[in-house]
Design a protein around this ligand. Sequence first.
Ligand SMILES: [Zn+2]
Length: 427
Amino acid sequence: YIRMLGDVRVRSRAGFETERRGSHPYIDFLFIFLFFVANSEIEVSVSARNVRRLLSFQRYLRSSRFFRGITVPNSSNILDDDYNGQAKCMLEKVGNWNFDIFLFDRLTNGNSLVSLTFHLFNLHGLIEHFQLDTMKLRRFLVMVQEDYHSQNPYHNAVHAADVTQAMHCYLKEPKLSKSLTPWDVLLSLIAAATHDLDHPGVNQPFLIKTNHYLATLYKNTSVLENHHWRSAVGLLRESGLFAHMSLENRQLMESQIGDLILATDISQQNEYLSMFRSHLDRGDLCLENANHRHFILQMALKCADICNPCRTWELSKQWSEKVTEEFFHQGDIEKKYHLGVSPLCDRQTETIANIQIGFMTYLVEPLFGEWARFSNTRLSQTMLGHLGLNKASWKGVQREQSGSGDDVDPAFEEMDSDILPQEPRLS
Ligand SMILES: [Zn+2]
């Protein structure tokens, strides 16, 4: 796999080399491991040719299967009209905060991201406004959906669909809806749908300590977010969805999508939050100003990305289980290869309840508190209401498990800045 990936090139008709690169952690991890076995010095991290890999891991696997004649059962045509009808029915309430993305994903046979985003493009009049070719749009969305790793318990296309749906709810809020331009809406939906593209299912500290080529490429800074953004740009160019626009506009779109996706780096939350707070204290946000609108869209995407605890308990609980499963899976690999288990990733010492209570206290509550100051609507109150109830439920679970109710995960307590735990960076 490693050898073959190193040799793959994708070149578009225009001669432009797409910027998408595979990000599966184990490939590089194996590479490093084998390298370590073969060499006494582990100093050398990644070869230049390794960095030039251009296919996402997902797409590589598919093409590899195709050339080996292995057919993967594709059940996309087995849906009967009943399912399609129910999915359509659900889309009529796509702006509802109780929207059940898991059910929608089942009804669309695992195509929630494509179906939902296509529908939203239509609903917001973007296809007409930007004269989009619907075939190209669908192709773009299918490529986006396929480049999410379905084997990730959490960071998969359903999470992206969920974030896109939440983003749509925020775009409808009165303050935003009356000032946003079609351009703003277009960028918001694309950024939401692609914000975790080709996510490898492990976090940045893991990529850094295993000398993953992405960590080298992005100099250990917003490694995943940079990769999601560059992957999105690769797909946008490859699909030709905006080929009819001027180069200037396409470049502007790419950089603004980047600003939105990079804002989802949770380790930067403090900076964004204090900026948001200062604006609200001064009362100087003016949504006629494009820069201010853009900043609010960054905050909206940040909210959409971590809004799981603000959903109903039934939905929220499922997300909590999935994200913990992904953390613990990383911890298992770290144990197996003696890499030092990252905070929150040890299934022996952590519990879902502890992790969730820490997450809500240090990250979600401060963010949504400010969001409610900015947009004091029924939706904001609903979200804060769910947040409070869900936290109380997890505290109940925690009490049952430990016999005391006030434990906050020490990994969160150790943080001097309200960020998700980061391991010391290895340079
Ligand atoms: Zn995300």
